[in-house]
Design a protein around this ligand. Structure first.
Ligand code: NDP
Length: 458
């Protein structure tokens, strides 16, 4: 006789929850998966996948322009935003069906409804209670919108993906991943775009040169960046939305997007009632085994606010399932997790920024900036940035950063090298592939000058 209805109850059918549940099911566990929205979660339904489809869709504008330098005459008659949204939605419907099949094939019971913890082993959903030997909280995060007058007029990335019309003038609040990615989409499709940031540059946390380079490229594309600026209020006028900034100026827009970060989705989930400790951010506090302070309750993915990336959530889910349902204890290694920003141009990055590396190591920095071969004929005034941060004592490459076409594709390979502990000499010993942009990563010979103690580069 089982003591519990299920071996595992997973709350949230996003990337982490689905991976953990499927694997647990494949190892013979009896698993219930509870989901209140669409199966697939943020990445598949409201994040990475639909966003990337929109990024790809918006890129064609530049491609048509660039083609002229190669002899093409292209008669572009405009872009049909509703058609792009409809095509994207069709693909999401297909993916949702795939996700349903994956859960079914793993023998998981999918329960549609909102799961709330009643105690350390009990979850209530649709008025019914069920018990699980283990409970996995994988409910992700949700956009956090600052509380300002007119907050109700802001939309977030959730709605941005389903706007019925593309706003001709759009103000984006925030300078993180989501802000720069959507700025690129709207701008490439023809919108006037303003980015409002409280810092001097976009993408806090990224390497300083990467931030500066991207910001310069965004400005070249005509995006208006307002540094050291806050939105203090938003109001509806007859024919537009008025955005009032802290410096007193007003921007007239057709849409205002809040991209000011995301918060763990832990409100009203019964976590406190079950005795689960939350971090100050609202995240479920877990140990290296994804376990909360309550022995039967675990959490993976954005709800734990560690590295909030889909592949990380998937890896955490996999390791949770291996540990508990396959007698194969596995812990996540959070070092050298590569990431990409699908801005225009794109960013790929793995390892330490120069600033973080300098805080603990003596480093040599190699940096190059150049025009891609394609733009010698296209005439586009866009430059690529590549950078290596190297430990001066051990010669190990601590960080690789790139801004430019295909950066995420290139950095994925370099992430393997960093995982293997590659040294700069090994990069140098690698023969480049010619003619590519990527070959620059193995041909950078001279380090740039070291910063002086005052912080200025010589
Ligand atoms: P980020 O945390 O990346 O950026 C938030 C931005 O909002 C920052 O510019 C921040 O400013 C600003 N901000 C935050 N609070 C305020 C405030 N009260 N007033 C003014 N500005 C504010 O969040 P995102 O929403 O862009 O993305 C959320 C997460 O989703 C990311 O961290 C990432 O993990 C994930 N993601 C990953 C993607 C990818 O892998 N390509 C794509 C999209 C999302 P400041 O810099 O000054 O702190």
């Amino acid at each position: 006789m089982r003591r519990f209805d299920y071996d595992l109850i997973t709350i949230g059918a996003g990337s982490g929850g689905v991976r953990a549940s499927r694997m647990a099911g494949s190892y013979g566990a009896k698993v219930a998966v509870i989901e209140s929205s669409r199966v697939g979660g943020t990445c598949v339904m409201r994040g990475c996948v639909p966003k990337k489809l929109l990024v790809i869709g918006s890129h064609f504008g530049d491609a048509f322009e660039d083609a002229a330098g190669f002899g093409w005459s292209v008669d572009v008659r405009g872009h049909d935003w509703p058609a792009l949204i409809a095509a994207k939605n069709k693909e999401l419907d297909r993916l949702e069906t795939v996700y349903h099949s994956l859960l079914k094939n793993a023998g998981n019971h999918l329960i549609e409804g909102r799961g709330v913890l009643a105690d350390a082993h009990t979850v209530e959903v649709n008025g019914k209670r069920m018990t699980g030997e283990k409970i996995l909280v994988a409910v992700g995060g949700w956009p956090a919108v600052p509380n300002i007058p007119g907050r109700e007029h802001l939309f977030t990335s959730n709605e941005a993906l389903d706007l019925t019309q593309r706003p001709e003038r759009v103000v984006i609040w925030g300078g993180g991943y989501i802000a720069v990615e959507f700025a690129g989409i709207f701008r490439a499709l023809g919108s006037e775009v303003h980015i409002i940031i409280r810092a001097d540059r976009v993408l806090r946390g990224f390497d300083g040169d990467v931030r500066t380079h991207l910001q310069d490229e965004l400005v070249k594309k005509g995006i208006k960046i307002h540094p050291h600026t806050w939105i203090v209020g938003v109001s509806k006028a007859a024919d537009c939305t008025e955005v009032t900034l802290d410096n007193g100026s007003v921007i007239r827009a057709d849409g205002v997007m809040s991209a000011t970060g995301r918060a763990p989705n832990t409100a009203n989930l019964g976590l406190e009632e079950a005795g689960v400790l939350l971090a100050e951010s609202g995240a479920v506090a877990v140990d290296g085994w994804n376990k909360s302070n309550v022995d039967s309750i675990y959490a993976v993915g954005d709800v734990t606010d560690r590295i909030n990336l889909t592949p990380v959530a998937i890896a955490e889910g996999r390791m949770f399932a291996e540990t508990h349902f396959n007698k194969n204890p596995m812990q996540m290694d959070y070092t050298n997790v590569a990431s990409a920003v699908f801005s225009q141009p794109q960013i790929g990055s793995v390892g330490l920024s120069e600033e973080d590396a300098r805080a603990v190591h003596e480093v040599n920095v190699y940096r190059t900036s150049f025009k891609a071969m394609k733009h010698t004929l296209s005439g586009r005034n866009e430059r690529i940035l590549m950078k290596l941060v190297v430990d001066a004592k051990t010669d190990r490459v601590l960080g690789c950063h790139m801004v430019g076409d295909d950066a995420p594709e290139i950095i994925q390979g370099l992430a393997v090298a960093l995982k293997c502990g590659a040294t700069k000499s090994q990069f140098d010993a690698t023969i480049g592939i010619h003619p590519t942009s990527a070959e620059e990563f193995v041909t950078m010979r001279e380090p740039i000058a070291k910063p002086t103690p005052g912080g200025e580069k010589q």
